[in-house]
Design a protein around this ligand. Structure first.
Ligand SMILES: Cc1cc2nc3c(=O)[nH]c(=O)nc-3n(C[C@H](O)[C@H](O)[C@H](O)COP(=O)(O)OP(=O)(O)OC[C@H]3O[C@@H](n4cnc5c(N)ncnc54)[C@H](O)[C@@H]3O)c2cc1C
Length: 464
């Protein structure tokens, strides 16, 4: 049913993402709506866009795929594809307003990892699940596919999560952690909230129970007679959540002030911000893969994220002519604060160097580091079990350095930018624009709130 798609490779640059999108665009209309739920397995992805690694890093943006799908297919035929894209946008905004959900998730991962040390049986079952040795053929195939390719079809993610929670009875947060460490598109919002949705936390009381007949039907005969699946799915429970907090106010940029830029894998298309090019003196890039989990991120997503940031830096350098540096993995907020403090008043090349010794800047773009070989479940060196914050979702922080006030301790909000915002009634809305007449000329501020419109009564995933 699903034609072969052997050419699909995930190259971490905007050009490759746009090429994949150009190839898929003719399929993004009615054919997508009809065929998207079928999982043909690796090499058979022609029925879905497989754009998620690029979209997650904002190498390809939601607004541009939505606009192109609308232009090519019209609103009726493109509706399903656009709905799916907007789910990502919605999840980002939902989590941004409920940071406790992330904190709780991180605490649940830490508690789960501690339990693995105390309970040998649990550890053995978790090892089997995360290496593809449970004996459940479909589950093991998806686990290995995730480790080998860094991608799973949406339906496989649903079945996998359901089997993890209700059949294998493993802690849900450890399953989400396994995904976040190995998906090229691993995203704190889409991943955590989707796992919560399967387990019955996100829409309280509503669970997703994988069924053998669905697996047989939608996997093109690969898993025709799965047995041993749970037949009931009791929803997980949690304490009530706090009410959503308002979206934090964004910083404004002072026109003419020298600026330094910081790029992370959350947004690798900073040029879409139409930044004040004259003011940008230098840009640093950093990847935060070590913050995905107390355990090491898989080599594929780590390399993709580093490559994505390199690509963003190269495009910025070409467009703005400013020096750039790709800081080594693990450099955190302290280096940014140091750079900003030392470079205050001159966020230029020297300021950048002062912030972090730069051995690579003169040599042009940093190459993606070679993926490290490691056991998928061994803790990363130097990484403790404490929950750590994942920095700011959508961290592209351009900081004015002429203001003369000390840098805040911790990552700062990006100026006039809310990556989680952007869609209302499925119409793309720019997430920021020049300030209105009331504001000082040239400063920037966001226009849309983080809450995108979403049909909460519907499933974001499949209609089986
Ligand atoms: C348990 C579980 C974990 C998930 N974890 C992630 C994750 O970490 N990162 C992630 O990007 N998606 C996640 N998803 C959502 C979805 O499975 C993937 O976005 C989708 O499979 C990516 O494949 P595609 O690009 O071919 O999607 P397509 O079907 O071609 O959709 C186009 C784009 O829309 C977005 N999208 C599609 N479906 C969803 C959805 N249900 N929720 C949010 N965005 C969606 C993606 O950006 C995707 O690239 C998860 C789903 C489940 C059930």
């Amino acid at each position: 049913m699903i034609p072969p798609d052997p050419a699909l490779t995930f190259t971490p640059c905007r050009a490759a993402g746009l090429a994949r999108w150009a190839a898929f665009l003719p399929e993004a209309g009615r054919r997508y709506a009809e065929r998207r739920n079928f999982d043909g397995g690796p090499g058979h992805r022609a029925n879905v866009s497989a754009l998620s690694p690029w979209i997650r890093h904002r190498l390809v943006r939601e607004d541009e795929v939505v606009a192109a799908a609308l232009a090519r297919h019209g609103d009726l035929a493109a509706e399903k594809f656009i709905q799916e894209v907007v789910w990502r946008t919605y999840w980002k905004g939902w989590l941004e307003q409920r940071p406790t959900v992330w904190t709780r998730y991180r605490a649940a991962v830490a508690a789960g990892l501690d339990a693995l040390e105390r309970e040998p049986d649990l550890r053995a079952r978790w090892e089997q699940a995360t290496t593809g040795h449970t004996g459940l053929a479909c589950f093991d195939a998806w686990a290995r596919e995730l480790l080998d390719f860094g991608y799973l079809h949406n339906h496989a993610r649903l079945w996998f999560a359901s089997l993890w929670i209700f059949t294998l009875e493993l802690p849900w947060a450890l399953g989400a952690d396994f995904f976040l460490r190995h998906l090229l598109d691993g995203d704190p919002a889409s991943n955590t909230l989707s796992w919560r949705w399967v387990g019955g936390l996100q829409t309280p009381g509503k669970t997703y129970l994988a069924r053998a007949d669905h697996i047989a039907r939608f996997t093109a005969g690969r898993f025709p007679a799965v047995t041993g699946l749970a037949t009931a799915a009791q929803p997980l429970r949690e304490a009530p959540l706090d009410p959503p907090r308002p979206v934090p106010a964004a910083e404004t940029l002072e026109r003419g002030a020298p600026l330094g830029g910081l790029i992370t894998e959350e947004d690798c298309d900073p040029l879409s911000l139409a930044l004040p090019a004259d003011s940008i003196r230098a840009v640093a890039g950093v990847t935060t893969e070590s913050a995905r989990s107390p355990l090491p991120a898989g080599p594929l997503p780590a390399a993709f994220s580093r490559g994505a940031v390199d690509d963003a830096l190269a495009r910025l350098r070409a467009a703005l002519g400013c020096p750039t540096v790709h800081w080594p993995a693990g450099v955190g907020a302290a280096a940014v604060i140091d750079w900003r403090a030392r470079g205050r008043g001159r966020a230029d090349r020297d300021g950048l160097r002062a912030g972090r010794p730069d051995r690579r800047m003169a040599r042009g773009p940093a190459r993606p580091a070679r993926p490290r070989r490691h056991h998928p479940n061994r803790p990363a060196p130097g990484v403790g079990r404490r929950p750590v914050a994942l920095g700011h979702p959508g961290l592209f922080s351009v900081q004015g350095t002429s203001a003369g006030r000390p840098a805040a301790a911790g990552p700062r909000r990006s100026p006039g930018r809310r990556p989680s915002a952007g869609f209302t009634d499925c119409k793309p809305v720019p997430s920021w624009r020049r300030k209105s007449r009331r504001s000082s000329p040239g400063s920037l501020e966001p226009v849309s709130a983080a809450s995108a419109v979403s049909p909460l009564d519907r499933s974001p995933f499949v209609s089986e």
